[in-house]
Structures are given as structure tokens and as C-alpha cells.
Design a protein around this ligand. Sequence first.
Ligand code: HSE
Length: 434
Amino acid sequence: MKPVKVGICGLGTVGSGTFNVLQRNAGEISRRAGRGIKVAQIATRTSKPQFQTTGIVMTNDVFALAANDEIDIVIELVGGYTVARDLVLLAIENGKHVVTANKALIAVHGNEIFAKACEHGVIVAFEAAVAGGIPVIQAIREGLSANRINWVAGIINGTGNFILTEMREKGRTFEDVLAEAQTLGYAEADPTFDVEGIDAAHKLTILASIAFGIPLQFDKVYTEGITKLTTADVSYAEALGYRIKHLGVARSTASGIELRVHPTLIPADRLIANVNGVMNAVMVNGDAAGSTLFYGAGAGMEPTASSVIADLVDVVRAMTSDPENRVPHLAFQPDSLSAHPILPIEACESAYYLRIQAKDHPGVLAQVARILSERGINIESIMQKEVEAQDGLVPMILLTHRVLEQHINNAITALEALHGVVGSVVRIRVEYLN
Ligand code: HSE
């Protein structure tokens, strides 16, 4: 059989990795796919690729590649929302299958892209969009398809996890570690996407859709990054037996679906609390399988290339199959997606870590306890540190039981109004993941 002809758009970190792994493992890959895979064209603005391009048509026009009759599968690795969207839609209209690593594109424009792909009978594959080299899309979409999924929780931004780990273990500064993550090719073109939680929110949007069979709804994800975390809270959390991780949580409840990314205290003895550096991990809780945990490199050249090429092999295998009988893009049949609502953050339920800076006066602790108890908030544990020399204030750290966010918001407003409390109350959500 003639080899499948592939075009690669974008020759950055992932594009170069994909080309290299495709060449290095060509024999193994074609034995799996059942056909050879030939990179016939590359669209790049990189002036000099670091490899031999003989026999490959080079262009700087991604749209020419997407319209090239010779190409069967377009690999979109340009990133971003605009050019990527236009080129993917053009490729689909030209009857080409698409493989993409672009989580922003899928989270924001996926509903439109998948509808168009179904219209034209082509596949849009996106394993590399979530958690780098971990085949978690396939695991949820196919391996767990017997289950009613209760929740998904994951460390899904490698850069953020790398920063938190290096700060905690080596005392390095935020800026220093971020600069290294950029050099290593982990960070997004705009690294605020990593540190403000936007990248994790893109990935959580995708995970929630394939877990619960809902349309992609990126605009409804509650998003908080890691930039406001302090070393004091990291240390207090440790003293209480927890680690702080940046977590994406998607939970199905009777009233709706929680979709939130934020720093989270996790008991230090959980496996996921010990996922460090650029590694990612995704826990999925299903009613039949129970909890499963998927772990691996969340970013980087070859781990991401591994997922891109796995998609490529899947597409090659499925090319001759009837489009009606392929695995649906979002795991559930497109006409069976659910309208279960996404809950606003105020209606989400969590346990909380609160840090209060109190004046060293009698009765402040009693007032704090009264405010919480009046709102039905049960205290799990409390830790009061010695007076801090520089400001004469006493850090008071509380862990609460699970409660609706609107009640904790209300309590925080009342706490901040107390005469004995100075400044803002720090609030970090706590998840037990059991
Ligand atoms: N910037 C992303 C991360 C790359 O650090 O996880 C992989 O999606």
C-alpha cells in the first residue's frame, strides 16, 4: 500500500520532536499503522530546519499545505486560536484528517471544529492537547467507556508543577524557574497561560467533555493560577500534612458540573501529591473502575510528539473505516451530548484552608470560631503560630470540612471585618481525592 502523506504545520518544539520521532521509529510506526507514513510537506517560518529536508516540500504558507491535494493528514502545531482555527477548518473542508496538539484551539473552537469534521467525514485527533505524553484522552474515551464518571482531577500544567516543585524543594524564585521552563520548551508562547491557570483550564475543558459527554465550555471554567501562592502557605500546608498542587477538578454532581482550576491542598500521602517537576497526573473516578491514575511527562518535545504520533497511527488505521462507526471526538455520540449545567464557583463544594492574620488580643479566636459556626462551617483543625516579630500579628491557620463556596465567601467577608483581623484572609481549597 502507498504511504500516507502527512503535512506538518509548525516546526517549533513539538513539530521538530514529531519529525524526529517519526524518522527514528519509522519501521515500528508503520508496522503498527499498517502503512508507511511520509512527511510530504512542512509549513514553517523557521528559516533553517535542523534536519535533512530532501524530498519534503517546504513552504511558509500553512494554508497552501491545508489545501494541498497530495496531503492526507494535516498535523497542526502552530498553536494559538486564530491561524490554527482557519487552517484546521480549511483542511477539514478539503477532506483531510487533522491531528493537533492545540488545547486552546480545541477548548475554545472544538465544538465548531468537530461539527465541521463530522459534516466532512474526517477525524480531528487531539491526544497531545492534554497532559503531554500521557495517553489520557484515549484512556477516558475508550478504556473507561463502561463507566459513569464521577470526577476527574489532575495536575495538568507541567510548567506550573515544575515551578511549584523547584520553589518548594530548592527554594528557587518563581521568575528563575519560569525562565528555565521556557528554555526547556515547557512553557506556552505566552507563559501567563501557564502561571495564571489558563492552559490548565483549556485542558480541563477537554477532559470534562470526554468524561461527562458535554459540549466544550471553556468560558465556564473557574480559573485561578499559582502567582499568588506564598512560601508561608506552602510551609503551613506541609506542617498540617498537605502539599499544595495546582489542580484541575471536574466533578459531576446532581445539580451540575464543577469545573475549576486552582491551587489545592492535597494530603501529602496521596500519590498525586508526590507528582513533581514537569510530570502530570490525572485521576479519574468512575463508578465501575473506581479511581485510576495516569502519570507521565506533561510537556516537552518528545513526550508530546509521542501523543501526536499515536494519533497519527490511529487516524491511519481508521482512514478506511466508515465515519459513522469511528470513536466519537468527544467520546459520546454528537447527538447524545448532555445539557447538564456547569456550576458557578459559588455553588461548588470544597474543604478550605484559611490563613488569618490576627492581632495578639484575647477573644479573637473565639470570634473567628463563632463566625464559622454561625454559617454551619465545621472546623477540621486549627493551628496558631507564635507572634511574628516584624508585625506583631499571629498567623491563625484553619482547615474546614466541605462546605459550599458561597458560605466560605460570606464567612471570609465577616472575618475580614473583625477588629482583631488584619488584611485579607488567605483561602486555598482542599481536596482529599478519595
Ligand atoms: N505549557 C504546557 C505545560 C505545555 O507546561 O503543561 C504542555 O501542554
